[in-house]
Write a protein that binds this ligand. Structure first.
Ligand code: NOJ
Length: 738
């Protein structure tokens, strides 16, 4: 529709029709199946509000969506189509590894491909907007939503944010793809003590330097929408934070799209103690810049009285409605309200071989080999050793993680399926124990009533499982032990204080250790767990995250060496919970552990645990051996604006491999104390066995800059250290002056 026509449409709307465009309800109000998580209260919404509302949450599937849209258009005086928005976070029906796993791929190009594939599936399923990417930086794995983040580094997260938006929105202007809504603005991942929905409190330096860059990258990549967070930032709920939405997002970053609240977060302004009632909450959120009120009664009930009392101007409402109508128009909905929704297209697009192929590749690159003593991996089928696959995740289909809400669970390739493709009948499998045997945990989770009964075996079965696992182990030459968190132990509202494997799994593991057979441990989890004991007692350790639909194939490809592992952690793996929160890029202290003039006690460290994590950011093993040497750095900044860095890498092992070459700096003298090191660039390069190659980087001068206490960006002259290598801890060093 032409802009002038859209303007006329806006002018024709009555006040309640306008307000309707700013209200989002979930499928239950449209008699459609709805699977949104969260409180399902009807919130006093009237039928009139339903008929007028402008968008729908988490209704998916071509048939479903066509029916709701058709019905709505018939009732709608101006035939304004509904926008269908859904949580397509890391896959639609074909599910990829959870984002903390994608982070380990260090391969934004591949992730862009994965999100493009996802958008194709969701498009066919009728979705218009996805509530993704979730780009909240996280330093505390106690937070359950660590699962949805690509990790602890602002630079790496920004690369992924951009890739994800580009993937989702590929072809958007030509009527393809789906629009992206980046979330949760801002600093939702900094919830104090890792407790879900808790407050974030931080300096402007920290906010600008670490937490904002990934949102900014998503906005600069063209994300059409932004979702506010459920939390407060420095005492102000993000859903009513004028400074965040108007100054930072709109003025500083030039964002012109739609801002939506998170689920009921306008209403929750009351509970925060920030608004006195629903009317006040509506006013505060709209004035701050929130266009759409997701699943709360506030805009529907509160905007009209505010207008009548002269507390709100119609221009404010018009601006918000204009942005919503513009998005609908840009998606072509006035011409084709059903857009991609097509059962035919669903059949030819969803879970196809080519979609699975991408998922398998992402999954392979997300697995991180953390330990490989005596090169026990890869296993050689020709050795004819007998392999036992033992543990509760061995034949488990639930490898998708909590936020794969629309994923097809039946389509999952289990670890057993994958390994059997290599070993056939020679593989022996035993479950050994349940994932978790804590009835209280399931009963309190408030999600699926009666789940405990379904997933926890009787004591008798459990004891039989345990015995038969030990018998299987005793007959094997090598044990692959699969373990991990239950799906419900991570994800939204999945905060935990103890990040260990459930006791029953540890009991089984320790019994397996007693057999003295080599153990290859595979960990499934939504966050870095505390693996200190497990790592010590295993010969090999693979962090598999929730690896998605193709997880079983990917694991087998790695175990048997069809793929050389290349995953590198995008989040530190702590030694114990007491170290949390932690990140590799902490600020230099006046008393560093190793280089202080003080000796003994009075340095920055713990007296009962290491200062360092068990496995550091950027760490991960591959098969074979490489040598990094000849780090060189040519400072051409004055002339060209770039620092030229090069390093040589020799593959001296017997396997081709992918190296993630990482570049860090430390600013030695700055007006704001700087991190001991921080990532400024990286490349994933393929190096064949016997090959020796140079890897070059052109580092833009601006990558050396930082934010000051007022949030201003500056690049300061002075001395720097440059580190290039295999992880944040394993690097070669050079100096340069700016
Ligand atoms: C609440 C979650 O915080 C958000 O991430 C999600 O997009 C909405 N619910 C909608 O399901």
């Amino acid at each position: 529709m032409e802009r002038s026509k859209l303007k006329s449409l806006l002018a024709e709307l009555t006040l309640d029709e306008k307000i309707g465009q700013l209200v989002q309800l979930s499928g239950e109000f449209y008699n459609a199946s709805d699977i949104s998580l969260g409180p399902q209260r009807k919130l006093g919404i009237t039928q009139r509000t339903v008929d007028l509302s402008g968008s729908v949450l988490n209704v998916v599937g071509a048939e479903n969506i066509r029916a709701v849209q058709k019905d709505h258009l018939q009732k709608s005086k101006h035939a304004i189509p509904l926008l269908f928005m859904a949580d397509i976070v890391y896959g639609y029906r074909t599910i990829y590894p959870i984002p903390i796993g994608m982070g380990s791929s260090w391969n934004p190009e591949l992730i862009q491909k994965a999100y493009k594939s996802t958008a194709e599936e969701a498009y066919a399923g009728g979705v218009h907007v996805t509530f993704a990417p979730m780009v909240d930086l996280v330093r505390d794995p106690r937070w359950g939503r660590t699962l949805e983040s690509t990790g602890e580094d602002p630079y790496l997260n920004s690369q992924f944010a951009k890739a994800m938006v580009n993937g989702f929105q590929f072809g958007l202007n030509e009527g393809k793809g789906i629009a992206s809504c980046v979330k949760h603005f801002a600093a939702y991942g900094a919830a104090e003590a890792g407790r879900e929905y808790n407050s974030a409190d931080m300096s402007l330096v920290n906010l600008y330097q670490n937490y904002l860059p990934a949102y900014k990258a998503a906005v600069k990549a063209g994300a059409k929408m932004v979702m506010t967070s459920l939390s407060t930032l420095n005492g102000v709920p993000s859903t009513a934070d004028r400074w965040l939405i108007q100054d930072v997002l709109r003025k500083q970053w030039g964002f012109e799209g739609v801002v939506i609240s998170d689920y009921a977060s306008v209403f929750e302004l009351i509970q925060h103690g920030f608004a006195k009632d629903a009317v006040d909450a509506a006013g505060k959120a709209l004035q701050a810049g929130v266009d759409i009120d997701m699943k709360s009664p506030c805009y529907a009930q509160g905007l009209q009285p505010l207008l009548e009392d002269g507390k709100l101007s119609i221009d404010k409402i018009d601006d918000a409605v204009w942005r919503v109508l513009t998005l609908k128009n840009n998606l072509g909905l006035f011409e084709n309200p059903y857009r991609g929704a097509s059962s035919e297209l669903e059949k030819t697009t969803i879970l196809t071989e080519s979609k699975r192929k991408v998922a398998r590749q992402v999954s392979r690159e997300s697995l991180v080999l953390l330990k490989n003593d005596n090169d026990i991996l890869p296993l050689n089928i020709k050795d004819n050793k007998s392999v036992a696959l033992i543990g509760p995740y061995s034949s488990e289909k639930e490898l998708l993680g909590l936020w794969a809400v629309h994923g097809d669970r039946q389509a999952t390739v289990t670890f057993e399926d994958g390994i059997r493709e290599y070993l056939g009948e020679k593989l022996n499998v035993a479950k050994g124990t349940d994932i978790i045997r804590d009835v209280a945990f399931f009963d309190q989770s408030g999600m699926i009533p009666g789940l405990a009964k379904k997933v926890i075996s009787s004591d008798e079965i459990e004891s039989d499982n345990f015995k038969s696992a030990l018998a299987t182990a005793n007959e094997a030459d090598i044990i692959i032990f699969t373990c991990g968190e239950h799906t419900m132990q991570s994800g939204e509202a999945g905060s935990r204080t103890k990040l260990r494997l459930p006791e029953n799994q540890m009991r089984l593991f320790n019994a397996l250790v007693q057999t003295n057979k080599p153990i290859i441990t595979v960990v499934v989890s939504g966050r870095p767990l505390i693996l200190s004991e497990v790592a010590e007692k295993s010969q090999a350790l693979i962090q598999a995250w929730f690896p998605g639909t193709e997880g079983g194939h990917a694991l087998a490809d790695i175990i048997f060496g069809k793929t050389n592992p290349s995953g590198r952690l995008s989040m530190s793996m702590p030694f114990n919970e007491g170290q949390l929160p932690m990140s590799y890029n902490y600020l230099s202290t006046g008393r560093p552990e190793r280089t202080s003039q003080h000796v003994g006690r009075f340095v920055s460290r713990y007296i009962d645990a290491p200062t360092k994590p068990l496995y550091s950011f950027g760490y991960g093993l591959s098969y074979g051996k490489v040598r990094y040497h000849d780090l060189q750095c040519v400072n051409n900044i004055q002339k060209s604006g770039f620092l030229e860095v090069s390093i040589k890498i020799d593959n001296v092992g017997k396997y081709d491999r992918d190296e993630v070459v990482q570049v860090y700096i430390h600013d030695i003298e700055a007006s704001i104390v700087q991190p001991i090191r921080r990532l400024i660039d990286f490349k994933k390069v393929h190096i064949r066995t016997g090959e020796s190659r140079a890897v070059n980087f052109l580092i833009d001068k601006n990558k050396l800059g930082f934010y000051d206490q007022q949030g201003n960006f500056r690049v300061e002259p002075g001395r720097f250290k440059l580190f290039v290598g295999k992880s944040s801890e394993d690097t070669l060093e050079e100096n340069f002056v700016l």
